[in-house]
Design a binder for this molecule. Structure first.
Ligand SMILES: Nc1ncnc2c1ncn2[C@@H]1O[C@H](COP(=O)(O)OP(=O)(O)OP(=O)(O)O)[C@@H](O)[C@H]1O
Ligand SMILES: [Mg+2]
Length: 161
């Protein structure tokens, strides 16, 4: 597990962008963290890094938003409203696990044991400093071969503390 600190919303966005610049075809990124932790903001940065130009909005109601126009197709999903694997199946979520699309999954818990074994887990944790200002710890955990990650984390400004 690796950990970085994001002190501002811009840090969260830029961290996403850095990963989006390096993610390979078929990458699956599970985004954990409570409501308002920054999963969608990270995803907006990630999309920018992939080269997506259209505005990226929360897929809360659509479940999956698909974006072309970038280096790779992006599927941004929010599975919060899905109650079980049957509902996941019905909403066509699996179609995007095709080894080509890059998938960002907010609230991936419902995937349970069906979550891709090869993936990146990212957890955003809300923190408060002594003055009551918010920042985020971001925990990164690679499962399987995620060799692109190292490059993403060390390219240019180093995020790690
Ligand atoms: N590093 C940071 N420091 C302070 N505030 C941050 C940081 N990163 C994100 N935020 C703030 O946290 C909020 C993140 O909202 P966002 O919609 O991305 O959360 P979410 O995890 O997608 O929530 P949901 O589960 O409801 O979809 C925004 O208000 C943003 O400004
Ligand atoms: Mg969200």
């Amino acid at each position: 597990m690796q950990k970085i600190s994001a002190y501002t919303p811009e840090d969260t966005f830029n961290f996403g962008r850095r990963l989006g610049e390096h993610a390979p075809a078929g990458a699956f990124i599970a985004l954990y963290g409570e409501m308002g932790a920054g999963k969608t903001l990270f995803s907006q940065g990630f999309a920018a890094g992939l080269g997506v130009r259209e505005p990226v909005t929360s897929p809360t109601f659509t479940i999956v938003n698909e974006y072309g126009g970038g280096r790779l197709p992006l599927a941004h999903m929010d599975l919060f409203r899905l109650n079980d694997l049957d509902e996941v199946w019905e909403r066509g979520v699996w179609e995007y696990f095709d080894g080509f699309c890059v998938v960002l999954a907010e609230w991936p818990e419902v995937l349970a044991a069906e979550i891709p074994a090869e993936r990146l887990d990212i957890r955003l944790i809300r923190r408060l400093d002594a003055n009551g200002a918010e920042w985020r710890d971001i925990e990164i955990c690679a499962h399987g071969d995620q060799s692109w990650l190292e490059e993403a984390l060390t390219d240019g400004e180093n995020f790690r503390n």
